[in-house]
Design a protein around this ligand. Structure first.
Ligand SMILES: Cc1cc2nc3c(=O)[nH]c(=O)nc-3n(C[C@H](O)[C@H](O)[C@H](O)COP(=O)(O)O)c2cc1C
Length: 501
């Protein structure tokens, strides 16, 4: 290919020169061809990129198409039901609810229902009245002196650093208007989180915002922030579903001077938080740390977030809580299908328990140890609709969090660029130019409407199931396709036999 490129390139160059010599035009073409030849020459002698060495100019098309592949996929190839991780239909639902416009669907479902993986709600012949009030749940066990009345749906942990300052401000202002909480993520509590909305302050292994000079936990700094009126609850992050067992990752491109200052780290380098906490290293230590934080926070609710891995460790922890008579006020269970700003693929694809079994395991284990009533269970994992909320409650959760749902409400288009600072919608970037696209006053309204309309949809489903309260919801209101495919397989052949007789 190289020979052909140089042969045809030289011929084209000479032809352009000849045309210019005789007819006095074509000089620009000759210059362009010469430049291409020079680029081609440079590429053919470099040793790093095999494609460019063999196809000195055409090779660039590969990089171009690779760069725009996600857009081509989304605009021209993706069908309504098959985008990943969220389908076009799922994303559209959030956009419509966030814009507070008609979110109905025409012509009937696009899903294949008559199959074993189908799931649906067993509606009642006598539906209940749809509740107008949006549901709330009180968080705070017997050691908590400042219990918090949380909304059933809240903003899951996403740090300033991972998200832009405009995104964080819009989320917090939306939370203020809708009266729900906004989890800071492990990147620390910043002025952008303090726009008036309720805050759950998350403490990760980097202890950003309550970090001593050696990177350990600083109780004094913690107490200062934990006692701010906006901070309603504190969450110790053990792990998250997208990268359990791996600490937080802040890519160098997103680690600006401002973020580095807030976190107390060096700017412009990739920041890897350690996988484990230095303040404790076992179940006993974690329980003692919970008690310590509760004391420093003057009795505010303290909980922890985890993605389930080795189940026996969770059982040991439950036993330890009983032994020490000290319980977290809440436990947040994150499914392995959870999102992140940046994670190694091995961790995203191959570590941790998915949402459904994890939630069932945690709630059943708490029941088995007789401590379910002492602890609220919060969950996260692709909860973006009223249906997903009801399903989570049926599996045992008390409260739901959504991260990517609220990102969609901010205008995220699933461009899959959270990790390289090039998010085109200004949601997950620190690029000031891109951030300008996200207007805080407009997007905070969308955050507010997404929350309100989604919970209203959950209220409607609750009523359709004939239930008056979310506390009455359990798994019995759901049916799975395997039930009726089994029914069909069992009864239709019999019926046909009867007919034949
Ligand atoms: C951009 C982004 C940043 C995140 N940052 C954090 C974080 O700092 N701490 C944490 O515990 N989880 C973090 N998460 C995980 C979410 O809080 C949530 O647990 C997970 O995405 C599942 O919820 P979802 O399916 O609604 O997105 C992040 C997720 C995203 C998408």
């Amino acid at each position: 290919m190289r020979q052909k490129f140089f042969l045809f390139g030289t011929i084209a160059f000479l032809m352009a020169l000849t045309v210019y010599y005789f007819f006095n035009f074509g000089l620009t073409a000759a210059i362009c061809i010469a430049l291409l030849l020079l680029v081609g020459l440079a590429n053919s002698i470099q040793k790093k990129h095999a494609i460019l060495r063999n196809f000195p100019v055409l090779g660039y098309f590969r990089y171009l198409f690779e760069m725009i592949a996600p857009e081509i996929q989304q605009y021209f190839i993706e069908r309504s039901t098959d985008g990943k991780p969220f389908s076009r239909n799922q994303r559209s639902l959030v956009y419509q609810r966030a814009k507070n416009i008609d979110a109905t669907t025409p012509f009937g479902t696009q899903l294949v229902l008559n199959q074993s993986s189908y799931e649906g709600i067993k509606h009642s012949m006598f539906p209940a009245k749809v509740k107008e009030d949006l549901p709330r749940v009180l968080v705070g066990g017997s050691d908590c002196t400042q219990p918090y009345s949380a909304s059933l749906l809240n903003i899951s942990a996403m740090s300033f650093g991972s998200l832009s300052e405009n995104a964080i401000m819009a989320l917090n202002k939306g939370a203020l208007k809708g009266h729900f909480y906004h989890n800071t993520g492990e990147g620390g509590l910043t002025q952008f989180h303090l726009q008036g909305g309720d805050v759950t302050w998350q403490i990760g292994t980097g202890y950003f915002g309550c970090r001593d000079d050696r990177g350990g936990f600083d109780g004094g700094k913690f107490a200062e922030k934990a006692n701010l009126p906006a901070v309603k609850m504190i969450e110790i992050k053990l792990s998250q579903g997208a990268k359990p067992g791996h600490g937080g990752v802040l890519p160098a491109q997103k680690n600006t001077e401002e973020i580095a200052k807030i976190r107390g780290v060096q700017p412009h380098i990739t920041i890897l938080s350690p996988p484990s906490h230095s303040a404790f290293s076992d179940a006993k230590g974690l329980v003692a740390f919970i008690a310590h934080l509760r004391e420093l926070a003057n009795g505010k609710p303290i909980g922890f977030k985890l993605c389930i891995g080795e189940t026996s460790e969770f059982e040991t922890l439950c036993q330890e809580m009983i032994n020490s008579n000290c319980y977290p006020d809440f436990i947040t269970v994150d499914g392995a299908e959870g999102g992140t700003g940046a994670a190694p693929l091995e961790f995203a694809d191959g570590v941790g328990m998915p949402f459904e079994p994890a939630l069932i395991f945690v709630t059943k284990t708490l029941v088995r140890f007789g401590i379910r009533d002492k602890i609220r269970v919060i969950c996260s994992g692709k909860i973006i609709s009223g249906y997903a909320i009801l399903r989570a409650i049926a599996l045992g959760a008390d409260i739901c969090n959504s991260a990517r749902g609220f990102m969609f409400s901010l205008g995220c288009i699933q461009a899959l660029r959270c990790n390289n600072n090039e998010c085109p919608t200004g949601v997950a970037t620190q690029n000031k130019m891109l951030m300008k696209g996200l207007v805080v006053t407009d997007k905070s309204e969308r955050v507010y409407h997404f929350h309100k309309n989604t919970l209203h949809a959950a209220n409607e489903l609750l009523a359709a199931a004939g239930k008056k309260d979310f506390a009455d919801v359990d798994i019995s209101i759901f049916m799975r396709g395997d039930e009726f495919t089994h029914l069909a397989n069992t009864y239709f052949p019999d019926n046909l036999t009867n007919v034949a007789k």
